[in-house]
Ligand binder design. Structure first.
Ligand code: F6P
Length: 363
């Protein structure tokens, strides 16, 4: 049995649809089923450094199930071990871990419920090592968390991206163009694979399968020869050529994960247009994949994860992250997740099915 009475909850890393659904499930389960007090921490770990917290009541989380984003705010640049402080006009990175530990004690928190991706779990493990019981809930549109078959936010991102590709399809066919849609996902191609297959893309480019531009152009030309005077490409932001590197959009030195990928679809589009003579256009979907209301699948997953996190805590478990494995919600050691990313296996059934229906992966 757990002696837990008061818990803190925070959302860290990039936002994704379903965060509010988890906050709602966690708070309602904690209060209604176990009589706990819930403290909401603002903007991820930054709220623990800057002392920005507020009590969460069941009224506070009423009517947020369908709301995108996070009512607590989030932050994908904050690691208390490297907190930027300006001294004499110069920015210095300070380790504020002890200050955060003292604040957690002052707040009387028996556990921290951490809703985030691999970066957030890595920051949490610093505090788990110092004695704070951290229970993780995996979020990310990228679906790349180690140990969980799926993360909430992913289904909504695929839904948004698939709708975009469907719309691109009709304009591409009308204008006889090659059209590329670049989707997010960092170094994992889950969004591109699911979206590409769902939308019937002719070519899907994943970070896991380096592409050969000659093969891509050949596919576009072959389609034209067979009367298909347009081609649809679904391109992961992390895709890279066999003889080159990923396209980096920006570097954020303050972020625990400083590289922001983006722009590879423009490079590919230029080369297709020059080589094949076919008019080519690019759409980079960007953050539209992360915003807005979660689809029902993500609301269900978020609610199940929130419920499972409180159940794990009340069962006396320590430093676990709830996960979905083989259709069952269970939990794993939170330290195993920190800073690790789950890529698409090359023998994934969707890759095999797509290849058999003549979809190219540019290899
Ligand atoms: O991890 C989620 C994600 O949306 C990635 O797919 C993308 O590469 C990154 O975050 C973008 O980060 P930012 O919000 O800092 O631009």
């Amino acid at each position: 049995m757990s002696k837990t009475k008061r818990i803190g909850v925070l959302t860290g890393g990039g936002d994704c649809p379903g965060l509010n659904a988890v906050i709602r499930a966690v708070t309602k389960c904690a209060v209604f089923s176990h009589g706990l007090e819930v403290v909401g921490i603002e903007d991820g770990f930054q709220g623990l450094i800057e002392r920005r917290v507020r009590t969460l009541t069941t009224d506070d989380v009423s009517n947020i199930l369908t709301l995108g984003g996070t009512i607590l705010g989030t932050n994908n640049r904050c690691d208390p071990k490297r907190y930027p402080v300006t001294i004499d006009g110069r920015v210095e990175l300070q380790d504020t871990s002890e200050q955060v530990m003292a604040y957690i004690a002052e707040l009387g928190l028996d556990a921290l419920l951490v809703i985030g991706g691999d970066g957030t779990m890595s920051v949490a493990s610093n505090f788990a090592n110092r004695g704070v019981n951290c229970i993780g809930v995996p979020k990310t549109i990228d679906n790349d968390l180690e140990g969980s078959d799926v993360t909430f936010g992913f289904a909504t991102a695929c839904h948004v991206a698939t709708e975009a590709l469907d719309r691109i399809h009709t304009t591409a066919a009308s204008h006889h163009r090659a059209m590329l849609v670049e989707v997010m996902g960092r170094n994992a191609g889950w969004i591109a694979l699911h979206t590409g297959v769902a939308a019937g893309a002719d070519i899907i480019l994943l970070p896991e399968i380096p592409f050969d531009i000659d093969k891509i152009c050949q596919k576009v030309v072959d389609r034209s020869r067979h009367g298909k005077r347009f081609s649809i490409l679904c391109v992961s932001e992390g895709a890279k050529p066999i003889d080159g590197v990923q396209a980096v959009d920006r570097v954020d030195p303050l972020s625990p994960d400083p590289i922001r990928l983006g722009g590879i679809s423009k490079v590919v589009a230029d080369r297709i247009e020059k080589r094949t003579g076919l008019e080519t256009r690019t759409t980079i979907l960007g953050h539209v994949q992360r915003g807005g209301t979660p689809v029902p699948e993500d609301r269900l997953l978020a609610t199940s994860f929130g419920h499972a996190a409180i159940a794990a805590l009340m069962a006396g478990k320590k430093n676990r992250m709830v996960v979905m494995q083989g259709g069952r919600v269970t939990d794993i050691d939170i330290f195993k997740v920190a800073n690790r990313q789950r890529q698409v296996p090359l023998d994934h059934p969707l890759i095999l099915a797509a290849r058999d229906i003549d979809t190219s992966f540019g290899d």
